[in-house]
Design a protein around this ligand. Structure first.
Ligand SMILES: *Cc1c(COP(=O)(O)O)cnc(C)c1O
Length: 356
């Protein structure tokens, strides 16, 4: 990259950690690509973004992020096709969403040129960290934290926008058992559920641990008011298949506008699968399960793409879902991955080429 053509300040890593990584036996999140992006906000504006070697950083213990959780993040992936070309999937959506999340957390919005220029430069520098082959990807984690020192409870005047990347392998997880929330909630009306606010995840860990103690890997979140309506599955959006119809809850201030969710809706509609985006009651899936009409449940999110659910617990009773032929979960996961890995037509223009 010609430094004259960029608004970034670049310090290249002098060595690479890639030799330490066993790409066939990856522990997700253990190894990070050699470069990261750091951009500070001070004096009312975002400063020049820096690309620098990945590594620890110093912060004041009084930095506001530690005290008030003023922090948001994103999760996206870069894919390498069999010809070695690198692709992102709908990255403008992640960019728009991190600013939407930031706005809700009183964090200043980040400039689009900085985001894309940094992202492209990181992927160029660390392209060898992206392995081709089904399921392999480079997970990209943009995030923003409040860095101003001072424990007064007010929005920070200083922030740091960062992007770090780590290699990820296919998530060959077996279908999960879930429990439907009847006590705890993930989000509430007027709250921050639609934002990728760091604290949303923190607040989910304890109820999820309780579910795990009972043998369920995830919690299906219901609306906080009545616990009657199904909203999300863990940190994913959730789909229900009743007979051949797909149903998912509409996005709202409690439900995150997932990119995987809306991509599956678009693919399903294009294929002529009936999709209903509407509120769905626990009672409705209980009734459908009783009548053998509930065929599938699955989560949708960037990390797993699609996570099959094998059954759910509600009110102390476990309902096992049937084994169906050609499940939608498998079909739509493959359809999405075929687009992501440049193995299929891209009728919606979702792929974003990255020059490396
Ligand atoms: C990130 C996230 C999702 C999934 O969004 P994708 O854009 O598909 O990765 C769903 N629900 C919650 C609560 C999330 O934080």
């Amino acid at each position: 990259m010609n430094p004259e053509n960029t608004s970034l300040e670049i310090t290249k890593a002098t060595s690479s950690a890639i030799g330490e990584v066993d790409f066939d036996n990856l522990t997700f999140g253990k190894y990070y690509a050699d470069h990261m992006m750091v951009c500070d906000y001070k004096d009312g504006k975002w400063q020049t973004p820096k690309i620098m070697p990945y590594g620890p950083m110093e912060m004041q213990p009084s930095a506001k992020v530690f005290h008030y959780g003023q922090a948001v993040f994103e999760g996206m992936k870069a894919f390498k096709d069999d010809d070695g070309k690198v692709w992102l999937f709908r990255p403008e959506q992640n960019f728009e969403r991190i600013n939407k999340s930031s706005k809700r957390m009183a964090i200043p919005e980040f400039p689009k040129e900085y985001f894309f220029e940094a992202l492209k430069t990181l992927l160029k520098f660390d392209s060898k960290w992206i392995k081709s082959g089904d399921g392999n990807s480079l997970y990209i984690r943009p995030f923003v934290i409040a860095t101003e020192a001072g424990v007064s409870a007010s929005p920070s005047n200083a922030y740091r926008f960062m992007i770090i990347c780590c290699p990820a392998k296919a998530y060959y997880s077996s279908p999960v058992k879930v429990t439907i929330a009847q006590e705890y909630s993930r989000s509430a009306d007027g709250g921050v559920g639609y934002a990728k606010a760091a604290g949303n995840y923190g607040a989910q860990f304890y109820p999820t641990n309780l579910a795990k103690e009972k043998g369920y890997q995830q919690v299906i979140w219901t609306d906080a008011n009545s616990h009657e309506y199904l909203e999300e599955a863990g940190t994913m959006n959730v789909f229900f298949r009743i007979n051949d119809k797909l149903i998912t809850a509409p996005i709202s201030d409690r439900i995150l506008d997932g990119i995987t969710r809306k991509s599956i809706i678009a693919l399903a509609e294009k294929e002529g699968v009936e999709v209903e985006v509407r509120r769905i009651k626990v009672a409705e899936i209980l009734e459908a399960a009783k009548n053998n009409e509930l065929k599938e449940m699955f989560g949708a999110g960037t990390a797993a793409t699609v996570a099959q659910i094998s059954g759910f617990e509600f009110d102390g009773t476990y309902h096992e879902l049937p084994q169906v032929e050609n499940p939608y979960s498998v079909h739509f996961k493959k359809a999405l991955q075929d687009i992501q890995y440049n193995r299929a037509e891209d009728p919606f223009g979702w792929r974003y080429a990255v020059d490396i």
